[in-house]
Design a protein around this ligand. Structure first.
Ligand code: DAH
Length: 354
C-alpha cells in the first residue's frame, strides 16, 4: 500500500507556502497549517493506524522525515523573515543627525575669529612659554601701593607724571586706580613666591592697562602690555639682553634684532629701553623709525633692590630682571597697522583681515 499522501507534493506545497510568507505572523500561520493538528501531515499520521505493521513502519518513517524537512524549511524562512524585519526596524528607528540649516546652501555663514590683539597676546605667550616662562595674571584694579609704591614710585615722585592715572571713587582719594602698567603683577608674584617659598620666578604677565591719554595713532586710553619677570640665583644683565634678543627673533623673525639703550625706570637699576629693527625698512631708515632703523618697543632692567625690599626678597641670594612692552604695539608692527585706533573701531573690514 502506498503512503496515504504524496510526500513529494506535500513538501513542495509547504515550501511554496513558506516562501510566500513575508512576516513573522504569516510564517506562524504557515507553520500551524503545515505541522498543526489539522495539517495534512497530521491527518496522514493518524491514518497510519489502519496500515499493516510493515507498511506502517515504512510509511511512518517517510512521514517522520517529511515532518523534519518541513520543520527545517519553516525554520530557514523564519530566520530570513526575522533578519529582514530587524533590518527594517533599524532603518526605521535610526535618527538623522545631520543638521540642515535652512538657507545655508545659498549663503554659507561667515565665521568670526579672535581679535588681532588677542591673537597677538596668544602668540607672545607661546613664544615665552617656549623659552621656559610661565604665564600669570593680576587684577586690573590696583591700590596705589601695587601700581606705584612697591615699584619704588612714592607719592610725588616725578615718575608719576609718566602715568596719567584713572582713579576710582573708592576709599581715600587716589588710593585705588586702574593699573597704568602690568608691572604691579610683578609685586603680586613676588609676594606670593615669598609667602609659599616658591622662588625662583620665570613669568610673563599679559593684560589690559589704562591711562588718561587722548587717543591718537599710537595711543589708546585702554591698551595691553606684557610684563616679564625673572628672579633667580646669579641673574645678570647678560641674561636680560639674551632673553630680549631671543624673544625678538622668535616673534618678529630672523631679520629683526634688538638693542638696549640706557633709560630710567624707578623699579629697575640699571634700566634700559629696548628697541627692535624697524619692521618697515628693516634697518635702512625710513619715516616710521625717523631714519634711525630702530623702533622702541618697551622698557627693561635689573630689578631694583628697593623693589626686592618692598616684597622681602633677600638680595644676597636673589637677583632678577624685568621687562614690559605693548602688545598692541607688537601687533601694529608685525601687521603694519598705521593707527592703533583701528583696533577699537570695530570695522569688520579691518578686523576680518587677520
Ligand atoms: N612699566 C613700564 C611702563 O609701562 C614698562 C617697564 C619698564 C616694565 C621697565 C618693566 C621694566 O618691567 O623693567 O612704562
Amino acid at each position: 500500500m502506498s503512503p496515504p499522501i504524496d510526500v513529494g507534493t506535500l513538501l513542495e506545497d509547504e515550501r511554496t507556502a513558506a516562501d510566500r510568507a513575508e512576516t513573522s505572523e504569516e510564517i506562524k500561520q504557515v507553520a500551524a497549517s503545515a505541522t498543526g493538528k489539522k495539517s495534512r501531515l497530521a491527518q496522514a499520521s493518524r491514518q497510519l493506524a489502519s496500515l499493516e505493521p510493515d507498511e506502517r513502519r515504512a510509511v511512518g518513517q517517510q512521514l517522520h522525515q517529511a515532518r523534519r524537512q518541513i520543520e527545517e524549511l519553516l525554520e530557514r524562512r523564519r530566520n530570513e523573515i526575522g533578519a529582514a524585519e530587524l533590518e527594517h526596524e533599524l532603518v526605521e528607528d535610526s535618527a538623522d543627525l545631520s543638521e540642515f540649516i535652512p538657507g545655508s546652501l545659498r549663503a554659507p555663514r561667515a565665521l568670526g575669529h579672535l581679535h588681532l590683539v588677542t591673537l597677538t597676546r596668544r602668540v607672545l605667550e607661546d613664544v615665552f612659554v617656549g623659552m621656559g616662562f610661565e604665564v600669570a595674571e593680576g587684577p586690573e584694579i590696583e591700590t596705589d601701593w601695587y601700581n606705584f609704591g612697591a615699584l619704588n614710585i612714592p607719592p610725588a615722585h616725578p615718575a608719576r607724571t609718566m602715568y596719567d592715572t584713572f582713579y576710582l571713587d573708592l576709599g581715600d582719594p587716589e588710593t585705588t586706580l586702574l593699573r597704568t602698567h602690568t608691572s604691579p603683577v610683578q609685586i603680586h608674584l613676588m609676594e606670593e613666591a615669598v609667602l609659599d617659598g616658591s622662588l625662583p620666578i620665570h613669568a610673563v604677565m599679559p593684560g589690559r592697562c589704562y591711562r588718561r591719554d587722548a587717543p591718537d595713532a599710537r595711543h589708546l586710553p585702554v591698551f595691553h602690555q606684557i610684563e616679564g619677570l625673572v628672579v633667580d640665583a646669579g641673574i645678570t644683565f647678560a641674561d636680560l639682553a639674551g632673553t630680549i634678543e631671543t624673544f625678538t627673533t622668535a616673534y618678529f623673525g630672523p631679520a629683526i634684532h634688538s638693542r638696549l639703550r640706557p633709560a630710567y625706570f624707578p623699579f629697575t637699576e640699571p634700566s634700559a629701553e629696548f628697541e627692535v629693527t624697524c619692521t618697515i625698512c628693516l634697518g635702512e631708515g625710513c619715516r616710521t623709525c625717523s631714519q634711525t632703523g630702530w623702533i622702541e618697543l618697551g622698557g627693561c632692567g635689573m630689578v631694583d633692590p628697593a623693589v626686592f625690599g618692598a616684597v622681602g626678597i633677600d638680595t644676597d641670594h636673589w637677583s632678577g630682571f624685568a621687562f614690559g612692552f605693548g602688545i598692541d604695539r607688537c601687533a601694529q608692527m608685525r601687521h603694519n597697522v598705521a593707527d592703533v585706533r583701528s583696533f577699537v573701531e570695530n570695522d569688520i573690514r579691518f578686523l576680518g583681515q587677520f
